[in-house]
Design a protein around this ligand. Structure first.
Ligand code: NAD
Length: 347
């Protein structure tokens, strides 16, 4: 059944890929994005685009929407340390306004982009959702505050919500890929070296208690991540988002009913070290990638790997692209496409 969804932050990396998946399933999509870090051309064809802030969501949201997928946020960890107020205002204040608009309009389903940064330095890996949440940055703290806010909204006002705690999102979906400015994510940074746009990649710390001494992270393909969002909507609606028949659940007896806030990690459960990522980029691109060894960065845990058991059990999610080489190959195709377009734009 066709549903209508508001996608906040749908001009950004993850939001645009999820919006494209929703459209492919035949849903109606409105993207609300202020283009603060996103790009109008990333809004997928077929989506309605409203340029505006989530802080003003009440202007656009009405009862014709079946749910909201909420990606809009600032997400630079380092910036959040020096400008915490920017993160509280946008991530927390913006979400408060969005939740109020949803309550007023009677829109009672929400999928939220949470993050592994809510956990901070883990006591044990793989990290389950029951792990202590002790974020080490204002960014992680702002996302954790939103998770708490959503929990209260579910309990008090009958919202059904799924918070998806992403680990390291990577890869691309055709013409939709990662474009953060400044870029802080490892794979696009290493690809910039392969493209000749950056001289070398800095490897921060070689003395971690890991097999090769560099940090280990869990990379999840953005298309696998998008599938999890559709399954989260299914869990709240009883099969509508993926078009699957509502045999086991119905809107009335959904797996995530009104009043529940489900929190699920999204990762592959496999860790790759910084050095393995750099080596994979060399293999996939055929380009040399010079490295510079730099000191450890404060607040970088040695290993961050997800336990995604809850997503498997509650949402029926299985990542289908766990191979790092596939993730890098898709990101490389996107990086080359973007570089060619930039060069043509300058010519
Ligand atoms: N990329 C990752 O690895 C990762 C990991 C964990 C969590 N997340 C979360 O996923 C979400 C999407 O991340 P991304 O990598 O696509 O980031 P992004 O910066 O590419 O996308 C965010 C989008 O939100 C928009 N936006 C920001 N504030 C807004 C506001 N007040 N009103 C309207 N639009 C606003 C931006 O213009 C941008 O298009 C974020 O909430 C982020 O915290 C991302």
């Amino acid at each position: 059944m066709t549903q209508r969804y508001l996608v906040t932050g749908g001009a950004g990396y993850v939001g645009s890929v999820v919006a494209a998946h929703l459209l492919e399933r035949g849903h109606r999509v409105t993207v609300l994005d202020d283009l603060s870090t996103g790009f109008a051309e990333a809004v997928p064809e077929g989506a309605e685009f409203v340029e505006g802030r989530i802080q003003d969501a009440a202007r656009w949201l009405d009862g014709s929407y079946d749910g909201v997928l909420h990606f809009a946020a600032f997400s630079q960890v380092g910036e959040s340390v020096v400008r915490p107020e920017k993160y509280w205002e946008n991530n927390v204040g913006g979400t408060m306004a969005l939740l109020a608009a949803m309550r007023a309009a009677g829109v009672r389903k929400l999928v939220f982009s949470s993050t592994a940064a809510t956990y901070g330095e883990p006591e044990a890996v793989p990290i389950p959702e029951t792990a202590p949440t002790t974020p080490t940055s204002p960014y992680g703290a702002s996302k954790l505050a939103v998770d708490h806010m959503i929990g209260g909204e579910c309990a008090a006002h009958g919202l059904a919500a799924v918070s998806l705690r992403y680990f390291n999102v990577a890869g691309a979906y055709g013409a939709l890929g990662e474009r953060h400015e400044p870029e802080s994510h490892l794979i696009p940074l290493v690809l910039q070296v392969a493209l000749g746009r950056r001289e070398a990649i800095s490897v921060y710390g070689e003395d971690y208690p890991t097999p090769d001494g560099t940090c280990v992270r869990d990379y999840i393909h953005v298309a696998d991540l998008a599938e999890a969002h559709l399954l989260a909507l299914d869990a709240m609606t009883g099969g509508a988002a993926t078009g699957a028949p509502a045999t086991e659940t119905s809107a009335a007896g959904a797996a995530v009913p009104a009043g529940e806030h489900l929190i699920c990690n999204l990762g592959n459960g496999n860790g790759f070290s910084v050095r393995e990522v750099v080596e994979t980029v060399r293999k996939v691109t055929g380009h040399p990638v010079p490295e510079i060894t730099a000191p450890r960065r404060a607040g970088d845990p040695a290993v961050l790997v997800a336990s995604a058991d809850a997503a498997r059990e509650r949402l029926g999610w299985t990542p289908s692209r766990p191979d790092l080489a596939d993730v890098v190959a898709d990101a490389w195709a996107f990086a080359r496409r973007t570089a060619t377009r930039d060069e043509e734009g300058r010519a």
